[in-house]
Design a protein around this ligand. Structure first.
Ligand code: NDP
Ligand code: GDP
Length: 320
């Protein structure tokens, strides 16, 4: 039986990945930072909270990572923990750098120290492309991050690549484009929209305040994307991969799909609030997942309409 250690196990991807690995027969250990209230709602939603083992630790506390690795002896580490919300990264830039950036070298160093044979997945991000000149982004596209979050992810990306080249470690970057689900944090735009749709239907909300609705994203389903993380660590050699659907849509188009699904017109509810504009924006993300398809045999299974409908259904159910 293989053991996987997941940092960020209480997050969206951590929960789906834990379920995926448990279903494959893995022993799954989650690194669990101390919090003052319960953060297990996603693991509860998937009915796996009791099947995961937990090790207390924080990615900014190197010794807690050393202990977690020594005690649990994982074969694979999935490093998902991060301050992952772009908008917050301007409000807490130093924390973002420490958690999302330095956290990566902490886990790499801990692996090097305890057992350099452990395979490691780094949750890199399409936000690294930022203000890109290319209409479609691949593994070769130049990075131009536009937020403290994006900058921190670029640091983590290069550290991951550097440890592969310097110490021959099995470390992979998954450059994942936006991926969503009913377990997405409420602060992200897709979930903010689907939650609002459900509340409007229930008569609990009248308007939906949004910022830049012309930004374009390549949105996929988190449940599909965790399989790609696992596939990367099953290859004969480590590498970096873009994981995306290959379709882009504006925030406005996403809204239209969500409101249309319940028979409403988004234009009757959406209010543009300039306070929600970001200091710098990433206007267009569109991934080319050709390498993942040819090398990993991976493609996205869920399209944007299916994803949005799934999220609206889940939020309607929650509001009930
Ligand atoms: P979430 O924000 O849902 O989850 C983040 C996780 O990190 C939570 O479990 C959180 O714990 C944990 N965490 C935060 N700070 C620390 C810390 N100091 N020590 C230990 N754990 C910590 O993110 P997602 O699941 O959506 O994303 C997973 C990873 O993938 C992140 O690195 C993200 O940046 C990256 N990514 C995500 C994309 C997406 O579209 N979802 C796209 C590309 C990359 P707690 O619950 O206690 O706060
Ligand atoms: P990101 O791509 O990781 O930043 O994911 P988000 O879901 O937070 O944002 C996606 C896009 O939606 C960005 O271009 C935001 O500027 C835009 N957006 C517009 N209005 C909102 C809003 O109210 N909340 C969020 N989170 N994003 C918004």
């Amino acid at each position: 039986m293989k053991t996987a250690l997941i940092t960020g196990v209480t997050g969206q991807d951590g929960a789906y990945l834990a379920k995926f690995l448990l279903d494959k027969g893995y022993r799954v250990v989650g690194l669990f930072p101390r919090r003052s209230s319960n953060t297990c709602w996603r693991l509860d939603y998937l009915n796996i909270a009791d099947e995961v083992e937990y090790m207390e630790g924080d990615v900014t506390d190197f010794t807690s990572l050393l202990r977690a690795l020594k005690l649990t002896k994982p074969d694979e580490v999935y490093h998902l923990a991060a301050q992952s919300f772009v908008a917050s990264s301007w409000k807490q830039p130093i924390l973002t750098a420490q958690v999302t950036g330095i956290g990566v070298v902490n886990i790499l160093e801990a692996i090097r120290e305890v057992n350099p044979e452990i395979k490691m997945y780094q949750a890199s991000s399409s936000e690294m492309f930022g203000m890109t000149e290319q209409s479609e982004q691949t593994e070769e596209t130049r990075f131009y991050p536009r937020s403290p979050y994006g900058v921190s992810k670029v640091f983590g990306y290069w550290m991951t690549k550097n440890y592969r080249e310097s110490f021959n470690m099995f470390t992979c970057n998954g450059i994942l484009f936006n991926h969503e689900s009913p377990l997405r944090g409420i602060e992200f735009v897709t979930r903010k929209v689907t939650d609002a749709v459900a509340r409007i239907v229930a008569g609990q909300q009248k308007e939906l305040h949004l910022g830049n609705i012309y930004a374009k994203r390549d949105w996929g389903f988190a449940g599909d994307y965790v399989e790609a993380m696992w596939l990367m660590l099953q290859q004969p050699s480590p590498d970096d991969y873009v994981i995306a659907t290959g379709r882009t849509a504006t925030v406005e188009e996403m809204c239209k799909i969500a409101f249309n699904y319940v028979g409403l017109n988004y234009q009757d509810y959406v209010v543009i609030d300039p306070q929600l504009y970001r200091p710098a924006e990433v206007d267009l993300l569109l991934g080319n997942p050709a390498k993942a398809k040819s090398k990993l045999g991976w493609t996205a299974k869920t399209n944007l309409e299916q994803l949005v409908h799934m999220m609206v259904d889940a939020d309607l159910e929650r509001i009930k």
